[in-house]
Design a protein around this ligand. Structure first.
Ligand code: SF4
Length: 315
């Protein structure tokens, strides 16, 4: 059998928001020491979450679990104003590691709600980011999950409707919903710049272009990572087998029967170390030759939360 070829997609893996959130947690640990609490997972990745758990970080879904006065980080996905209020009430030292591109969507929601619009938020029910965004104006926001939802939407004034999107959606799925919305509400307003973030779009574009050359796609990422799920779905929509895996333990060698070329990529919350482990596994098992394939450069970075800009690290 010939050696396997592996196309290694770029951009892949950590985005600017995830880098900033993880660096924030590192800095908070160094400056204030454990225990540190994080509201929800810092990013949706098992490897990252268990790494920090081992260093004294506790992830909570309810602020009642955080002792008064403790240090608390808000994750990259953002939180609702109600969560901020409770944190203040409990006198927590809150550090806001929300990705600025999520904050942008919150600000758009506030702006449209104040102007009397009904906001149609395209997103996935129950996702941390959607819960946080809806919390900005619960009375004004309606969640839209599928193109079929559009027909039954009830709005107070059809001339005052706007749409926003979750940052990590499939660009194709979102466009299908947006075109239905435009048919139903010809005057629908939207922000001048996409809410689906650059990192989500770039990783999808790479899979879209490169999957045409392979028989199998491996996406490193966790099952609850929205943008990682979308990468695997995108490949499957193009008729290519795709698996979303946290690491090599999830791999079934049977997937590779008759496969000569594999695309490896990673969602925005998956660290490069799990990609490296996957490549080593493919080299050991199948003599894989790895060919890096970059479709675009990324140079985005975000500043640390202001609460951390002047901290001193205790090593
Ligand atoms: S995926 Fe996009 S919105 Fe989410 S943290 Fe990364 S850059 Fe921010």
């Amino acid at each position: 059998m010939e050696d396997m070829k592996v196309l290694l997609a770029s951009p892949r893996g950590f985005c600017a928001g995830v880098n900033m959130a993880i660096e924030s947690l590192e800095l908070a640990l160094g400056a204030f020491g454990p225990p540190i609490y994080v509201y929800h997972e810092i990013v949706h990745n098992q490897y990252v979450v268990s790494h920090f758990r081992g260093r004294g970080v506790t992830f909570v879904d309810d602020l009642a679990e955080v002792p008064a006065g403790a240090t608390l980080l808000f994750s990259a996905h953002g939180v609702s104003p109600e969560v901020r209020r409770i944190a203040r009430e409990r006198k927590l030292r809150a550090i806001d590691a929300t990705c600025p591109l999520v904050t942008k969507v919150h600000l758009e929601a506030i702006k449209y709600a104040e102007a009397g619009y009904t906001i149609l938020l395209i997103g996935h029910e129950g996702h941390d980011e959607v819960i946080g965004t809806m919390g900005e104006a619960p009375q004004a926001i309606v969640l839209v999950e599928t193109p079929e939802d559009v027909a039954t939407l009830q709005v107070a004034d059809e001339s005052k409707v706007a749409y926003l999107t979750q940052t990590t959606l499939s660009v194709d799925d979102a466009n299908r919903i947006i075109s239905r919305l435009k048919q139903r509400f010809p005057k629908i307003a939207s922000p001048p710049k996409d809410d689906i973030c650059y990192a989500t779009q770039n990783r999808q574009e790479a899979v879209s272009l490169l999957s045409a050359e392979v028989e199998l796609v491996l996406v490193l990422g966790s099952q609850n990572s929205s943008n990682s799920q979308r990468l695997a779905e995108l490949a499957r929509e193009r008729g290519i087998a795709a698996h979303l895996i946290d690491g090599t333990d999830d791999i079934d060698p049977a997937w590779f029967a008759g496969v000569g070329t594999v695309l490896v990529t990673a969602g925005a919350s998956a660290p490069e170390v799990v990609v490296e482990e996957c490549l080593s596994w493919l080299r050991d098992r199948f003599g894989a030759i790895v060919e890096p394939r970059s479709i675009r450069e990324e140079s985005v970075s975000f500043p640390l939360p202001r609460e951390l800009r002047d901290v001193t690290i205790n090593i």
